[in-house]
Design a protein around this ligand. Structure first.
Ligand code: AMP
Length: 114
């Protein structure tokens, strides 16, 4: 049985506020937002982290970035700006081992890189 919470959000088994979905990726609001806009883009197919990505996944990874602009426009942050973050492994504080791209925008962004 699949215990991955992001797989459950993708399948609809677990609730989330989904802001975008297509055949390859799902985007939903982070439950603990660190900024006014905080969205996670995940591949619908389970990949634990960038450490599992291979050349076979190049199209999927490109698609994860390609959906950012329409999502940012929908959220009204395309022009004001946003940060994209992928955490991989313990030193990066990766908590959920299903690859995800954070889209963080709006004022009051908290991030160690300033
Ligand atoms: P990371 O440290 O990159 O693994 O970040 C995991 C992110 O997932 C955190 O920002 C959490 O707040 C978020 N998160 C965990 N569970 C859920 C959930 N059920 N729905 C939405 N976001 C979640």
């Amino acid at each position: 049985m699949n215990e991955c919470i992001f797989c459950k959000i993708v399948s609809g088994e677990m609730d989330a506020t989904i802001v975008y979905k297509d055949e390859q990726v799902t985007a939903f609001r982070d439950i603990h937002p660190v900024a006014p806009t905080h969205i996670l883009v995940v591949p619908n197919r389970h990949l634990a982290s960038t450490n599992e990505v291979t050349e076979q996944d190049e199209q999927l990874l490109g698609h994860m970035l390609a959906v950012v602009k329409p999502i940012a426009e929908q959220e009204g942050i395309a022009e004001s700006g946003y940060r994209l973050i992928i955490n991989t492994g313990p030193d990066a504080n990766q908590v959920v081992y299903h690859l995800h791209l954070h889209i963080i925008g709006g004022q009051h962004m908290r991030h160690p890189m300033g």
